[in-house]
Design a protein around this ligand. Structure first.
Ligand SMILES: NC(=O)c1ccc[n+]([C@@H]2O[C@H](COP(=O)([O-])OP(=O)(O)OC[C@H]3O[C@@H](n4cnc5c(N)ncnc54)[C@H](O)[C@@H]3O)[C@@H](O)[C@H]2O)c1
Ligand SMILES: O=C(O)CC[C@@H](O)C(=O)O
Length: 399
């Protein structure tokens, strides 16, 4: 259990390039961007691997300027009362555009064709004729009329599915956990797969848009490849770990999988013929980097200044209008009578509670309590210490 009282100047550390428009949200009077800080108030990150990092007692938030949080030790953060944010949907359009581009580029053999033409360098005036002679090896197929299977209909998958219809593709989607909001966004012309097998058996192109978790790791494995239509093109712009690469290698060799297009290269994939590897470019557009940075930094700033939580992946979202009064924020486990115990400790100091909110998410919960009148600052340390003695309190912060 840790007790923290907010400093005047908050330090923010970045572990990857974060767009300037986002960092500018941390106003200079109250924040310092300090990438050398040992124990910052918050970290803003993209894909930097954080699993081996130790977190200081001052760290309150980690914001992932992006969607996937598999580079962050989320459980460790939860146990330390560190909120992990991401930026849902902020880079979805960028990924969607690259997925659709890759469907076209792979089915038209664009990547191989471009490489082949480059090799004609130095052939002088023969080049045009060599091109006409050689182009037959790159004859492709059109996307129109082909079936696209979309696994995971979240921010990216739903956009890909909807826009593929505009390319005259048939679309079948699978997502057993689809959110109500996303379901409303989906065209009714998208067919609903009742199982992964439905997608595997029917699709000419399969694109996967799920997070990498214990459940989804290796989702595309030998059994999956064996159910697929021979020559299927697979697009993986989500995470490398979703695909069993031993099985993929065999499937590519046998032509079971025609092409594997991924944003997550490794040395092994570079040796596989018909594996097309891009340098993790899905979210690399100016627009997307700015959207993600803005959303991430706004969420961090709001949390540090008001305690309100939006788009956390470990703690519940919680919003209580901030009036500038003293606010006690408590991270705790989701157990009975927590509110009663916390409010008793506040009340016995003669402090009146003006507003409160308590939200839970699985085993975790978060409580914010506003105190009505001016509080003598001397009361805070004792009150925090006493709240910290409650079993199941993880962390307390008074703003
Ligand atoms: N290449 C890139 O630059 C890039 C950019 C953004 C996101 N990503 C990756 O793409 C993933 C998806 O991003 P998003 O913004 O669409 O996330 P999202 O959270 O909006 O959508 C994920 C969807 O996957 C579904 N899902 C979860 N488990 C599933 C399962 N077992 N079977 C089927 N569906 C399942 C969820 O219900 C949800 O609808 C991210 O987690 C990240 O790893 C990559
Ligand atoms: O930050 C990036 O460039 C990649 C982001 C992407 O992998 C994500 O999960 O949002």
């Amino acid at each position: 259990m840790t007790t923290i009282t907010l400093d005047k100047t908050k330090r923010i550390k970045t572990l990857n390039h974060i767009a300037e428009v986002g960092l500018a949200i941390f106003n200079e009077e109250d924040y310092t961007i300090d990438n050398e800080a040992n124990d910052p108030d918050a970290i803003v990150v993209r894909s930097y691997p954080m699993h081996n990092m130790a977190f200081g007692g001052n760290l309150k938030a980690i914001a992932r300027a992006g969607a996937g949080v598999n580079n962050i030790p989320v459980d460790t953060c939860s146990n330390q009362g560190i909120v992990v944010f991401n930026t849902p949907g902020a880079n979805a359009n960028a990924v969607k555009e690259l997925v659709l581009t890759s469907i076209m580029a792979s089915s038209r053999n664009l990547f191989n064709g471009v490489d082949w033409v480059k090799d004609l360098k130095g052939k002088g005036e023969e080049v045009p004729q060599l091109v006409e002679q050689g182009k037959k090896q790159f004859v492709g197929r059109e996307a129109k009329g082909k079936k696209l299977g979309v696994i995971g209909l979240g921010a990216i998958g739903a956009m890909v599915a909807n826009d593929a219809l505009n390319l005259d593709m048939d679309v079948i989607g699978f997502d057993p956990y689809i959110s109500v909001d996303t379901a409303w966004e989906l065209s009714r012309n998208i067919k609903r797969a009742m199982s992964l097998g439905d997608v595997f058996e029917q699709a000419d192109f399969i694109t996967i848009h799920v997070p990498l978790t214990n459940e989804t790791a290796g989702m595309l494995n030998r059994e999956a490849f064996e159910q697929m239509k021979p020559g299927v093109h697979i697009l993986n712009f989500s995470r490398g770990g979703l695909v069993d690469e031993d099985a993929l290698e065999v499937a590519l060799e046998k032509g079971r999988v025609g092409k594997y297009i991924t944003d997550f290269p490794n040395d092994r994939l570079l040796h596989m013929e018909n594996a097309i590897t891009l340098p993790h470019l899905g979210a690399s557009t100016i627009e997307s980097e700015e959207n993600c940075a803005r959303m991430a930094t706004r969420q961090v700033r709001d949390f540090l200044e008001t305690g309100n939580i939006k788009n956390a992946v470990n703690f519940p979202n919680a919003f209580l209008p901030y009036t500038g009064k003293r606010r006690v924020t408590v991270f705790h486990h989701n157990v009975p009578n927590m509110l009663g115990q916390i409010s008793a400790i506040i009340s016995k100091r003669g402090l009146n509670i003006a507003a409160m909110i308590n939200k839970s998410r699985g085993d975790l919960a978060y409580t914010m309590i506003d105190i009505d009148e001016k509080v003598n600052g001397d009361v805070i340390p004792g009150m925090e210490a006493e709240i910290n003695t409650i079993e199941d309190v993880i962390r307390i912060r008074t703003i």
